[in-house]
Design a protein around this ligand. Structure first.
Ligand code: BV8
Ligand code: ZN
Length: 279
């Protein structure tokens, strides 16, 4: 049960923000919630109907690639119909504002929906991968792919729910396969699943950004999934300001730092002094 915390003072925070030069925004599924992309652990979340461990793991893919592909194709088709919201747009706006100045905003996102990119943000580190990239399970070739459906057999998939009767049991040969003529092996989403390590270079870049930042914005994450859950405490330990934007406080700000309660599509532009009419 989260302790109820008063929302912090926007004016006091704004001053700190105006004096910060290296800002990192750590985002999670909540930053896309107002676009209609379900979160994982909130009401209507993807994980609610089933456990993440039953789908977003290499074991699940090995056991039933048809089911896991249906889960990702459903999300690809859903996200393709969504547009970035004011939280995504605020971060892209600030990044543009900083161009040519000695200030920089970088995004470290746990999200795979690529909505930060679509909002125009350039400095984006997607630590859990991307929904619209797929990777060969054999030669590891990574391919950008926005085909909808990705293969005919995955046309109009429905959300997977508990009773697997909905699982269409697609034949493996009808799932996406590598286009390298000498390979043609099964492809998988280029996404970091549970119990898979993050790309060491991505982790190194995240660590560099977090060690150099003088302000961390934690936006729409339950701060449960590691290693991202360690980023806010790591920055706070340096005495750097951490500001959380969430419907409820999480471990990222429960003890100290700033907490702005409410939908980040509203709280973020207000805290960063961005006129929503300009987004
Ligand atoms: C790894 C891709 C080494 C898949 C994802 C240490 C301790 C305990 C466990 C572990 C540990 N170290 C490793 C683990 C295991 C595991 C883990 O952390 N498990 C958790 C469940 C405890 N971690 C891993 O396996 C990681 N790998 O550590 O490698 C290793 C190697 C081998 C063996 C072991 C370890 C890999 C983690 C990556 C997993 N892949 N995504 C996919 O997306 O399909 S994680 C998945 O969760 C998503 O990426 C998602 O982004 C992420 C985190 O969730 P959130 O983004 O926070 O979303 P959530 O729904 O939880 O919360 C939404 C928040 O938004 C809420 O707070 C809500 O209040 C708020 N909100 C809602 N609406 C709004 C809002 N806020 C503002 N405005 C709104 N409108
Ligand atoms: Zn291949």
């Amino acid at each position: 049960m989260s302790q109820h915390r008063r929302s912090s003072d926007f004016t006091k925070f704004r001053e700190l923000f105006e004096n910060s030069k290296r800002i990192v925004a750590l985002t999670g599924a909540g930053v896309s919630a107002e676009c209609g992309v379900p979160t994982f652990r909130g009401p209507g979340g993807f994980w609610r109907a089933y456990q993440a461990t039953s789908l977003a793991t290499p074991q699940a893919f090995a056991a039933d690639p048809s089911l896991v592909w249906q889960f990702y194709e459903y999300r690809r088709q859903l996200v393709a119909t969504k547009l970035p919201n004011n939280a995504h747009k605020t971060l892209a706006y600030i990044e543009r504002q900083f161009e040519g100045s000695d200030r920089k905003l970088s995004i470290v996102t746990q999200n795979v929906d690529e909505l930060h990119r679509r909002a125009g943000s350039k400095n984006v580190l997607e630590i859990h991968g991307r929904l619209f990239q797929i990777r060969c399970t054999k030669c590891h070739t990574v391919e950008d792919n926005t085909d909808n459906p990705i293969v005919p057999a995955l046309a109009n998939v429905s959300p997977i729910d508990n009773d697997e009767t909905k699982n269409k049991k697609i034949k493996i040969e009808d799932l996406p396969h590598c286009k390298v003529p000498s390979c043609k092996a099964l492809q998988r989403p280029h996404i970091v699943w549970f119990n898979e390590s993050l790309d060491p270079q991505v982790l190194e870049e995240a660590d560099r950004l977090l060690s150099e930042c003088d302000m961390l914005l934690v936006i729409g994450t339950s701060s449960i999934v590691y290693p991202a859950a360690m980023f806010a405490p790591q920055v706070a330990a340096r005495g750097v300001t951490v500001a959380e934007f969430n419907l409820e406080p999480t471990s990222a700000s429960r003890t100290n730092g700033y907490f702005f309660e409410g939908p980040c599509g509203q709280t973020l532009p207000r805290a960063l002094g961005v006129d929503e009419n300009k987004l």
